[in-house]
Design a protein around this ligand. Structure first.
Ligand code: GLN
Length: 190
């Protein structure tokens, strides 16, 4: 059975665990380096990207995780998880995995729109629009040639894929719609 690690250092990891389990895969909370042994894929949840990055750094998990991803392990980051995957973070030198060839702007929707929900058209995951919850969400302001934009809001990328790497600005785990997680599990080819 597919074993999906969910990084559980900080943030909204429980909802990802539940989404993975509802799809019939095993979800394993990843809190330290030894927890990544034997996982087939990894989800990095929303939360506070500076905190998660700092903890990854302190626990010496950044480099081994980066290597696993470069070796092809599927990884999905939502919100703070997306930020941690990006190579460039505007106006920040915070610790990151940096494996996604993209530039991200944190808290891009401003204070007035702290959070909002909208329906997104994402042809890649199906014809029906996906309910998407944005919470102090980032947007992707630039992507390299190998990055496919899956969805946009106001002309800015909010869901992207680069081979084994999936990232969304929003939180599909906070809705009952599991299509984004199914799509991600399909990367595992099992
Ligand atoms: N604003 C947060 C950050 O920059 C992300 C918010 C979230 O994950 N919901 O890390």
């Amino acid at each position: 059975q597919l074993c999906v690690g969910v990084l559980a250092l900080q943030g909204a990891f429980r909802e990802h665990v539940a989404a993975v389990a509802s799809l019939g895969a095993t979800a394993r909370e990843v809190r330290q380096l030894k927890d990544i042994e034997g996982i087939d894929a990894l989800i990095i949840p929303g939360g506070e990207s500076t905190t998660i990055g700092k903890l990854l750094n302190e626990w010496n998990m950044l480099e081994p995780l980066r290597q696993r991803i470069l070796d092809g392990m599927p990884v999905y980051g939502s919100c703070a998880g997306l930020i941690l995957l990006c190579r460039d973070i505007e106006n920040s030198d915070q610790p990151r995995l940096g494996v996604l060839d993209a530039t991200v702007r944190r808290n891009a929707f401003g204070r007035q729109v702290d959070s909002f929900e909208t329906n997104l058209s994402i042809p890649e995951i199906g014809a029906d629009p996906l309910p998407a919850v944005f919470i102090r969400a980032p947007v992707i302001t630039g992507v390299g040639a190998g990055v496919k934009v899956l969805a946009e809001v106001n002309g800015q990328a909010v869901a992207v894929r680069q081979n084994n790497i999936l990232a969304t600005s929003f939180h599909p785990e906070l809705t009952p719609d599991t299509r984004m997680h199914s799509y991600f599990l399909s990367f595992c080819g099992k």
